[in-house]
Design a protein around this ligand. Structure first.
Ligand SMILES: [Zn+2]
Length: 386
């Protein structure tokens, strides 16, 4: 497949896959693919990440756990919009990160790397540990100390990563890991890595593949802002290749306590001012200084989208509403549905991205749910409870 890297700031082109930032201006890089190579049909069949190999920048046989192909569920709500939830929590490690990781770890192998690392609020580390184990790579995970949901920590540890808890928040951990990777030649797997985002763009491909058309709007939880950028890129490539003639409005949803992109959007700016101490129950989007903010804001403005902020209470309410329809997701994932419910605008059809599984954060689920009743093993007594 034909592709190159391009700096999103200065526009310079590069053909060295080991780069993730621009050597001349330090801007982030993005992969530019030749969409005329696209050789798949969007017919709803065999939907999964590597169906779209012809638009993914990997030259070797990929490292895969058969990720993607996640269900698109129709959801009831109080609004007229025909609404679907794309349940990314049903990927191998339980989050959308597996899409980027199958491409990123394949690239690490292709480049001959033996070590990979990431800073993570949890889901990236779980996914990277799993795919590194599959590929036989040594994995180093940098987590903000004491701020990672239990399910995610369990995954990173069990799949054999070296887990390092850094005192401070995610933004601090990311700064540290970028420096360590540069010093030690370790391959960085955060969404700074342009190949990760290439995998994540397949969410857009799958939505059109499964729905049979392009929805009018996509609601995406926004933390480090890589996913919304990637999904927009996916829709843009589909349009460029002639599969669709429109691009959905990209609607980012942030938690009130971690809302730098919301603030930038409200002021019409194309870059953010970091939030120093981000706080929200939705740990996966508890990020004050999103690395991909500029890419995300560009996607939002270009598509005619917007940014909505939601409170933790609204997130928990949305999480419960989804759960009562059989969709079990972690808090950050429910933020997209919370944003949809809060949005005054109606569409013909819209898709909420649910990024991670309910089991990622069992402690939060227990905390916000009705507690089990403890009772003696007496049938008559128990009957009165039914
Ligand atoms: Zn540059």
């Amino acid at each position: 497949m034909d592709y190159h890297l391009r700096c999103i700031e200065c526009g310079r082109k590069f053909y060295d896959d080991s780069l993730y930032t621009c050597p001349s201006c330090s801007g982030l890089l993005e992969v530019v693919v030749d969409v005329s190579n696209a050789d798949f049909r969007l017919n709803g069949e065999e939907v999964r990440v590597w169906k779209y190999y012809s638009l993914l920048p990997v030259k070797i046989k990929p490292v895969t756990l058969q990720e993607g192909g996640t269900p698109l569920y129709e959801i009831r709500s109080s609004k007229k919009t025909e609404l679907y939830v794309k349940h990314e929590g049903l990927n191998p490690s339980g989050s959308f990160k597996d899409r980027g990781m199958t491409v990123g770890i394949s690239k690490a192998v292709e480049l001959g790397k033996s070590m990979v690392a990431c800073a993570s609020t949890g889901n990236t580390s779980a996914s990277m540990s799993m795919y590194s184990a599959r590929a036989g790579l040594k994995a180093y995970v940098f987590l903000p100390s004491g701020k990672v949901a239990l399910g995610k920590l369990a995954q990173a540890m069990m799949h054999g990563a070296k887990v390092i808890a850094v005192k401070g928040n995610f933004d601090t951990a990311l700064k540290i890991v970028r420096e360590i990777c540069a010093r030690r030649g370790i391959y960085l797997m955060n969404s700074v890595n342009p190949f990760r985002l290439e995998g994540q763009k397949t969410i857009a491909f799958e939505i059109v593949d499964q729905l049979g058309h392009c929805p009018e709007a996509i609601y995406v939880p926004v933390g480090n802002a890589g996913n919304i950028s990637a999904i927009f890129k996916g829709f843009s490539e589909l349009k460029e290749a002639g599969y669709t003639d429109s691009i959905p409005k990209m609607i980012g949803v942030q938690a009130e306590g971690a809302n730098p992109i919301f603030r930038a959007f409200m002021e019409g700016k194309d870059s953010i001012i970091p939030v120093d101490n981000p706080e929200t129950i939705a740990t996966a989007i508890r990020i004050g200084s999103p690395v991909n903010a500029r890419k995300a804001l560009k996607a939002i403005y270009t598509s005619g989208g917007k940014v909505i902020q939601v409170s933790d209470d609204e997130i928990v309410k949305a999480q419960k509403l989804l759960a009562r329809q059989g969709i079990g997701v972690e808090p950050a994932s429910a933020s997209s549905f919370a944003g949809f419910l809060k949005d005054d605008e109606e569409f013909e059809s819209a898709v909420c991205i649910a990024t991670g599984n309910l089991l990622k954060d069992p402690e939060e689920a227990v905390r916000v749910s009705e507690k089990p009743v403890e009772i003696d093993p007496d049938v008559e007594l128990i009957e009165k409870l039914l």
